[in-house]
Design a binder for this molecule. Structure first.
Ligand SMILES: Nc1ncnc2c1ncn2[C@@H]1O[C@H](COP(=O)(O)OP(=O)(O)OP(=O)(O)O)[C@@H](O)[C@H]1O
Ligand SMILES: [Mg+2]
Length: 268
């Protein structure tokens, strides 16, 4: 259920790369439990914004709060520990490792007995802990219907399946907030439908708040509760899918509708 409490508060952030202003005074909130999408043309600053939220980039101005806590200066790892998970626009799996191992990497920092101190505790809790983590990983594998490829080497899989494994790895952290950068890019229709269903289930049944960048307007309008439009690094519109669909800028930029077409439509 979407409540009124924000899980994410982005307040007036600006990000520059030399002379390029990637983000200018971007402000928005995401409520707990929401499925929130970010759209905008190539180069609009969508990935940069996600990178500021996850801690990869540091905005020169503004602040970001996660669950009421100031995180603007925190490292990506620290934010992950607090409950942020993410996927990348360009796949970031370990190509030579199996699907299961890729997912276990996602859980790694949740493990007290990791490879640094594991040897010391191996005869104690480590084995039990490893088993617990494997079980959790297997739950995610079942949910995302990738059991048949769990022992496959990630690099040998189709693009659509690799995207799904990447989602599994992000979900493995059981994040409160899931940041997805174009989860359906390059997929065929069937793969997109599957992916949309997984994202909705993670949101509704697993209780994860989702912030998703996506170019496929059909999917965005279908599954999002609210949508924000970025253009040249600025938040130019924000609202319910219906409201965004009526937005003149969105109509021109995405739906190929210009004023002449609309006028003709009325005459006809
Ligand atoms: N690490 C970086 N160094 C320099 N410039 C960058 C860097 N990352 C992003 N930019 C610039 O910031 C601007 C926004 O890029 P960004 O990747 O955030 O856009 P986007 O909306 O995700 O685009 P796309 O839809 O193509 O993924 C672009 O002008 C880009 O060249
Ligand atoms: Mg991008």
């Amino acid at each position: 259920m979407t409540g009124q409490t924000p899980i994410l508060e982005v307040n007036d952030i600006s990000l520059r790369f030399g002379g390029v202003r990637a983000l200018s005074n971007v402000t928005f909130d995401v409520k707990k439990g929401e499925l929130f999408s970010i759209i905008g043309p190539n180069g609009a600053g969508k990935t940069s914004l996600l990178n500021c939220i996850s801690g990869r980039y540091s905005p020169q101005e503004g602040s970001i709060k996660f669950n009421g806590q100031e995180v603007t200066k925190m490292t990506p790892n620290h934010r992950a520990e607090l409950g942020m998970g993410r996927t990348f626009q360009n796949l970031a799996l370990f190509a030579h490792m199996t699907v299961l191992d890729n997912i276990m990497v996602g859980r790694h920092h949740l493990m007290k007995n990791n490879f640094l101190n594991g040897g010391l505790y191996w005869f104690g809790g480590a084995q039990k802990e490893e088993l617990l983590h494997r079980r959790e990983a297997e739950d995610i594998i079942d949910f995302l219907e990738i059991s048949h490829i769990r022992k496959s080497v990630a690099g040998t899989l189709s693009y659509g399946l690799r995207k799904r494994v990447e989602l599994a790895r992000a979900v493995a952290l059981r994040p409160d907030l899931l940041l997805l950068d174009e989860p359906m890019a390059g997929m065929n229709l069937e793969e997109k439908e599957d992916m949309a269903r997984y994202i909705c289930d993670l949101n509704e049944e697993w209780g994860m708040t989702v912030v998703m960048i996506e170019h496929d307007m059909g999917v965005v309008m279908d599954i999002s509760e609210r949508v924000m439009v970025l253009d040249f690094g600025k938040n130019i519109a924000e609202g319910l899918p219906d409201e965004i669909m009526k937005n003149d800028y969105v109509k021109r930029a995405y739906l190929g509708v210009d004023e002449d077409d609309e006028a003709e439509g009325e005459v006809a």
